[in-house]
Ligand binder design. Structure first.
Ligand code: SF4
Length: 412
């Protein structure tokens, strides 16, 4: 009689799954500089999906003179851009200024950016100085000896094309696999989580801007629109000019978070699309044919929005001293905004001096003009746009009030 043999008798037993990699105690420091200002949520989403505890993701403080003096001095490198130069202070703070040490200093070299204009412009590249900034600044911490190694910190500077999600898992896997003991599949999942976190944050900010704009529309009040690069949100770079204006009672909107809802876009740009002047609300080819640079594209698009939106009665334009990327955009931006009588004020040499006194005087001038001219600007710009406005409550349907007997009788 044949002996029954279980089919799985000689089968290889499933080996136990490898223990999950515990990264919860790893501390990752990220310098809060340049395009980290618009991509921070990607990095938070990416790292937490890999198991790093949110409290162990540490961003450096806002830029300040004290930060540079205490932590960056003596490690400067040659770059005429202040936003790049000041990275030394951020690196130094993360290396020497924390009570609890970090294990990894993550300073990505971001080559391209996710942008709401992608697909409507030629490319969404970053400024080359911004992209190369981490390598440039790293040199200042290696010139005598390896300060990272001395402090037990691993320096990680992945080159990453955030504007092309398909290649990002490969880039981050190659750059971080040995540092974080990654496998490819978990890198892919973490990248997806990073994009989801970034998108959710942007949506939330845009929703908030829409609420601000709706309040302006319903109360016939002006707001002030900021055209600037993301890192001008850093108080040490943008000098909190917009906060000083807001303190006078004028809400502030930033171009990066202007609401992109279809109804609003159609209201602002629909007439021009139907007339064949532009192909979509995000088409900037009518004003900026060489649309390669992400932040530049968004500033030009923002100028078009500001020119059209009635409650944006004033634009403040920030730019850092010697900015080669911004130079060619000054005239077009101003002309686009002023074409509809919208007020335009430029702060072009933000880093040239310590401008606290002059900023105060200019803020008072801006406030005076916004107060005086906004009602007329709102009225004029509103008249150019069609009805109904999606920010205002829809008008009540007209219901005929009938005299009970006579009119009902007539209806029959
Ligand atoms: S200031 Fe201008 S040139 Fe310098 S890093 Fe910023 S965008 Fe680039």
């Amino acid at each position: 009689m044949p002996i029954p043999i279980s089919l799985t008798w000689f089968g290889k037993k499933r080996s136990a799954a490898p223990p999950p990699k515990d990264r919860s105690r790893l501390r990752v420091g990220i310098p809060k500089v340049l395009n980290i200002w618009s991509t921070h949520q990607f990095w938070v989403g990416f790292l937490t999906a890999l198991g790093i505890a949110p409290e162990n993701i540490i961003f450096s403080s806002d830029t300040s003179e004290e930060q540079y003096r205490e932590f960056g001095k003596g490690r400067g490198t040659v770059d005429c851009c202040y936003p790049v130069k000041c990275i030394s202070g951020h690196y130094g703070e993360l290396l020497f200024g924390l009570k609890k040490k970090i294990d990894i200093l993550l300073s990505p070299m971001i080559y391209s950016l996710p942008s709401f204009l992608r697909g409507h412009v030629l490319d969404t590249l970053t400024c080359t100085r911004v992209m190369a900034g981490p390598e440039n600044i790293k040199a200042g911490f290696l010139k005598e000896r390896d300060v990272f190694a001395e402090n037990g910190v691993i320096y990680a500077s992945p080159f990453v094309s955030l504007g092309e999600p398909a290649v990002v898992p490969d880039q981050l896997y190659e750059a971080l696999k040995d540092i974080l003991q990654l496998d490819y599949e978990e890198t892919e999942r973490a990248v997806e989580a990073g994009y989801r976190a970034l998108e959710a944050f942007n949506q939330k900010m845009r929703q908030h801007s829409r609420e601000v704009l709706t309040w302006c529309a319903r109360n016939d009040r002006p707001c002030v629109f900021v055209l600037a690069r993301p890192y001008h949100m850093d108080p040490g770079i943008g000098h909190e000019i917009e906060a000083s204006i807001q303190a006078h009672g004028f809400p502030i909107l930033w171009v990066q978070y202007f609401p992109l809802d279809d109804d609003l876009m159609d209201w602002l740009f629909g007439q021009e699309i139907r007339a064949g002047r532009i192909r979509s609300p995000f088409d900037i080819s009518d004003v900026w044919p060489s649309s390669y640079s992400s932040n530049t594209n968004e500033i030009l698009w923002g100028a078009k929005v500001a020119a059209r939106c009635p409650w944006i009665t004033c634009v403040i334009r920030f730019s850092s001293y010697e900015c080669g990327m911004d130079q060619p955009t000054y005239t077009p931006t101003q002309k686009i905004v002023e074409a509809t009588g919208t007020l335009f004020f430029k702060f072009g040499d933000l880093d040239a001096t310590k401008p606290a006194g002059s900023i105060k005087i200019r803020v008072e001038t801006i406030v005076h003009y916004v107060e005086k001219y906004s009602p007329e600007i709102i009225r004029r710009k509103r008249a150019w746009l069609p009805d109904p406005c999606p920010l205002l409550p829809s008008p009540e349907p007209v219901t005929q009030t009938l005299e009970p007997e006579t009119d009902v009788a007539r209806a029959f």
